[in-house]
Design a protein around this ligand. Structure first.
Ligand code: GAR
Length: 207
């Protein structure tokens, strides 16, 4: 049985599309059962619709209280028997009860080498701008499990990308994104194949 996955995304969804492509190529045996987006006009929403994946718009502002929003989200996930939550450019913090319930079953991709250039407010092009402003010579990607803190859970895989003298935010973002697309699926495949062991913060896998 394929691993039942929910994908959460806020933006363009190129990572979401890259995962779908890997599944279609036969490299990744997962079942994308559900898509959750907080922006119904985003490209990621379109991708879910095009692929016939059940897409639910969940915007916290549509709920009277945070408790109500959290309960609805938990309810939707329970209804679909979700085993793994994949964050693919999802810019909202997850409710802590969700993180608790899905311990080591939520993965995120970050466009930098954590713990550098991460944390609250560090997402998308802000990460690349911070890398350039700092003058770092190397950046990259991090795939990690999600815990209660921003960009903090155990690291599953990291890949480096050199920062060139000629780089600006756009050129760096472009190269990093390609590395994201080439690698996120590998971490998810290792989870789906139960090839991951976790000891404290250390994650061992054949990626
Ligand atoms: C990706 O670069 C992803 O690493 C980043 O958002 C982008 C989404 O692009 N995520 C974060 O910054 C999370 N902290 P996409 O919508 O084209 O996949």
């Amino acid at each position: 049985m394929s691993l039942g996955c929910a994908v959460f995304a806020s933006g363009n969804g190129s990572n979401f599309q890259a995962l779908i492509n890997r599944k279609e190529a036969g490299d990744l045996d997962v079942d994308f059962k559900l898509f959750i987006g907080n922006n119904s006009k985003a490209g990621s929403f379109e991708i879910a619709r095009k692929e016939g994946i059940k897409a639910v718009h969940m915007a916290p502002s549509h709920y009277k209280t945070e408790k109500e929003y959290n309960a609805k989200l938990m309810n939707i996930l329970d209804g679909e028997n979700i085993e793994l939550i994949i964050l693919a450019g999802y810019m909202k913090k997850l409710p802590s009860e969700l993180v608790h319930k899905f311990r080591h079953r939520i993965v995120n991709i970050h466009p930098g080498l954590l713990p550098a250039f991460g944390g609250k407010g560090m997402y998308g092009s802000k990460v690349h701008q911070a890398v350039l402003d700092y003058g770092a010579k190397v950046t990259g990607i991090t795939v990690h499990f999600v815990d209660e803190q921003y960009d903090h859970g155990p690291v599953i895989l990291q890949k480096t990308v050199n920062v060139e003298d000629t780089d600006d935010v756009n050129s760096l973002a472009k190269r990093v994104l390609v590395v994201e697309h080439d690698n996120y699926w590998k971490a998810i495949k290792a989870i789906a194949q139960k090839k991951i062991t976790i000891e404290g913060r250390r994650v061992f896998c054949n990626v």
